[in-house]
Design a protein around this ligand. Structure first.
Ligand SMILES: [Fe+2]
Ligand SMILES: [Fe+2]
Length: 360
């Protein structure tokens, strides 16, 4: 009796890990995922538990690094026949090579029986929308009337902690990047896109835990994160990271995500204040960037296509125009985060004050 129920529990457990293992085996050695697609899922899971432990730990490491990118796809094609998988591999191969050229729209049919068809999206002038990474209704004209000089004077102890934390982070940044503002902007956006996502995630979980509304703050913070990520997608069109810069981003993200997560849990008013000051620094950096462009030390190249569509810029816009709209975005982030911190300072939760609308 005992043995039979243990067997049932084991089967259920293997059923859950099966799809995951399916991805892990496929990833080993960097071989394309379809190579081992026909392997039995349960058989694979049994190997996972009873095979060579050293090899398995190696698989696990590889899976940690690469599973998010391909795992879901592997799992979703488990039930497809071999012919369908072959067809899909061919189509996916074509789509991937095109997508790497800047996220352009590749509406080549993906073979799948799930019935999910790519939507035909057009611009206002009727031409086809070429981006998969954002849609026409997510584009906007930046509000350039915003006051760029506004500053929150640190008064309380926590304000001073936030202020000096950000100031102390600026010195190593200045030393590392010097006056390479294109590279600096790209690298800093990899950090700037983290706080909104962490804050939004924590408010989301809080809303679920407490069965309560968020006042629109979850969306506002997630939109901020997305907007920052679009800054990154734009700047990587004009500056490509070197291998050691990628390594730096990898390390900094690991540290900063966890540090900000813990800070937000302990003191959201400190966390938002830190971001408010980070945004003030971002405004300063982009102002310096503009000075270098005006001096001619950085070439004022044509604006990347993604920026022209995202900020609805004129077709003949330049990098200078892009920096101006990005700086305006940063000023909005500054206001939202200082405002969020003020709400906490006044003893309220964010849901008590409706989240600002249109503050990307
Ligand atoms: Fe940004
Ligand atoms: Fe920002």
């Amino acid at each position: 009796m005992m043995t039979r129920s243990m067997t049932r529990i084991s089967r259920a457990a293997l059923g859950h890990v099966g799809a995951r293992y399916f991805s892990i085996t496929a990833l080993h050695g960097g071989v394309a995922c379809d190579v081992q697609a026909h392997r039995g899922v349960l058989g694979g899971a049994a190997n996972f538990f009873h095979g060579n432990p050293a090899k398995n730990s190696e698989n696990m490491v590889v899976a940690w690094m690469r599973l998010p990118a391909v795992g879901a796809r592997n799992a979703s094609t488990v039930s497809l026949g071999e012919k369908q998988q072959e067809d899909e591999k061919k189509v996916q191969g074509g789509a991937t090579s095109g997508a790497s050229a800047g996220g352009e729209n590749n509406n080549k049919g993906i073979v799948s029986y799930w019935g999910v068809e790519p939507a035909k999206i057009t611009k206002e002038d009727g031409t086809e929308w070429r981006w998969n990474c954002f849609k026409p209704w997510e584009t906007y004209k930046a509000d350039l009337s915003i006051d760029l000089k506004k500053h929150h004077a640190p008064v309380t102890f926590l304000d001073k902690v936030a202020y000096w934390t950000v100031k102390s982070l600026r010195y190593p940044t200045d030393i590392f990047f010097q006056r390479r503002y294109g590279c600096r902007a790209m690298m800093l956006e990899t950090v700037a896109a983290v706080p909104g996502m962490v804050g939004g995630l924590l408010l989301h979980c809080k809303s679920l835990r407490r069965f309560e509304h968020s006042g629109g703050w979850i969306k506002a913070l997630l939109e901020e994160a997305e907007n920052e990520r679009m800054h990154l997608m734009t700047f990587m069109e004009v500056s490509q990271p070197k291998w050691y810069e990628r390594a730096l981003v990898f390390t900094v993200q690991g540290v900063f995500f966890n540090a900000y997560f813990l800070t937000y849990l302990v003191s959201p008013k400190l966390a938002h204040r830190i971001v408010g000051y980070l945004e003030e620094e971002a405004i300063h950096s982009y102002t310096e960037f503009l000075k270098e462009l005006d001096k001619g030390t950085i070439e004022n190249v044509p604006a990347p296509a993604i920026a022209i569509d995202y900020w609805r810029l004129p077709p003949d816009s330049t990098l200078r125009d892009v920096v101006i709209v990005v700086r305006a975005d940063e000023a909005h982030h500054r206001d939202v985060n200082h405002f969020a911190s003020d709400i906490h300072y006044q003893g309220h939760e964010l849901k008590k004050a409706p989240a600002p609308i249109g503050y990307h």
